[in-house]
Design a protein around this ligand. Structure first.
Ligand code: ZN
Length: 379
């Protein structure tokens, strides 16, 4: 396996610290990048008027490189070269040293969203009735954070101190996107700070759940469209006076706590309303914390440990079950009454009833919690 060295990384380096550039400079750079523009998605989003879910179209994403085996090759390992290790990178905007290797942030070569114009980005929410009537312009930026320059390092097998550095840089990116002056309109104000647009952070691990490259990474979308789940989080807060994190901490019994970190400062829980086996939620006890960049260093360290334990547990259990390893992490950040992270292992297929809004789960929340505890105690 070729190794991505600092020297190769530096050839793509525009900037080593995101705190030293402006968002406007980043957008101008995007506009001058012919390769990136070639892979730009369609300019508009459609919304399903029944559910308020948005659909972004991109023909270019069909041509993304994949290093997971395709279905008919499932039994034999793929021989394709990892494009990241081979140094096929877009411009790098942030880099930080780890105990071994580096973590870095670059543009997604196949962006799901693109900053087509430099001004006049509208803010779009399915709560607004006009969204049903017309196509919506989709605008924003799409970044990737690579956990390590070392191909096999991921959250499940990295040192917790290195995951912490990853989270620190992710928090810097989150703050940069949301608080820097940009064409993105202000979506809300909190503690006197104006926040622009919406940020969606996800991790897709495994081919079955949308992962294309094995080289461990996180995706970060900054978008003018309010993701439906965030809108639902905010609606819950408005309706109940508390967010999902607070409801979970109130309603869940102690039997559903997989592990508490730092005397309960950070929690890894099975939600009482678990939809799928091994589904978990990582949340902060302090529900006034809505963003990663609002967490203290101590809280980020606990979050690093929780993410490590969760992903390690999933991978161990899926391997024991003979399943292909696959999970998603979905970060809910915004004015939602407490940030939380959904831990979503792909352990049960989606059937027809699930599409109708009724879920059947093979495992109860109690059993799921015990499964995690068992594997974490033994590992
Ligand atoms: Zn690689």
């Amino acid at each position: 396996m070729t190794e991505l060295t600092r020297k190769v990384l530096e050839a793509h380096l525009v900037n080593s610290n995101l705190e030293q550039v402006s968002y406007q400079e980043v957008i101008q750079f995007f506009h001058q990048d012919e390769e990136l523009k070639k892979h730009a998605p369609d300019r508009y989003a459609e919304m399903d008027p029944r559910t308020g879910v948005y659909i972004l179209y991109s023909k270019a994403r069909r041509h993304r490189p994949h290093d997971y085996p395709v279905l008919q090759e499932k039994s034999t390992p793929t021989q394709t070269v990892c494009p990241i290790c081979a140094g096929k990178l877009t411009s790098v905007w942030d880099i930080a040293e780890l105990s071994e290797g580096y973590t870095f942030i670059n543009e997604n070569l196949f962006p799901g969203i693109f900053p087509f114009t430099t001004e006049g980005w509208p803010l779009i929410s399915s709560a607004a009735p006009e969204c049903c009537r017309q196509r919506m312009p989709a605008l924003g930026t799409h970044f990737l954070q690579w956990h390590s320059t070392l191909h096999d390092k991921d959250i499940n097998n990295m040192q917790v101190s290195d995951i912490f550095i990853n989270l620190e840089r992710l928090a810097v990116l989150e703050k940069f996107l949301l608080t820097q002056a940009s064409p993105m309109p202000v979506s809300h104000t909190c503690d006197g700070i104006e926040y622009h647009g919406y940020v969606g952070v996800v991790k897709n691990y495994g081919r079955e759940v949308g992962g294309s490259l094995r080289h461990g990474h996180m995706q970060i979308l900054h978008v003018n469209i309010q993701p439906k789940r965030l809108q639902q989080d905010m609606a819950l807060l408005t309706c109940c006076g508390k967010g999902f994190s607070a409801i979970l901490q109130e309603r869940n019994t102690p039997e559903l706590t997989i592990r508490a970190y730092g005397h309960g400062t950070m929690l890894f829980l099975t939600p009482f309303c678990m939809k799928r086996p091994l589904e978990g939620i990582i949340c902060c006890q302090d529900t006034a914390k809505n963003y990663l960049h609002q967490l203290t260093s101590g809280e980020l360290k606990l979050l690093a440990q929780a993410l490590h334990d969760a992903t390690r547990g999933i991978i161990t259990m899926q391997a024991q079950q003979g399943r292909e390893v696959a999970y998603n992490l979905v970060f809910h950040v915004g004015p939602i009454g407490g940030l939380y992270i959904e831990v979503l292992p792909y352990n049960q297929e989606v059937g027809g009833y699930e599409s109708l809004g009724i879920y059947f789960s093979h495992l109860t929340p109690d059993e799921s919690t015990l499964s995690y505890r068992g594997v974490m105690e033994n590992g």
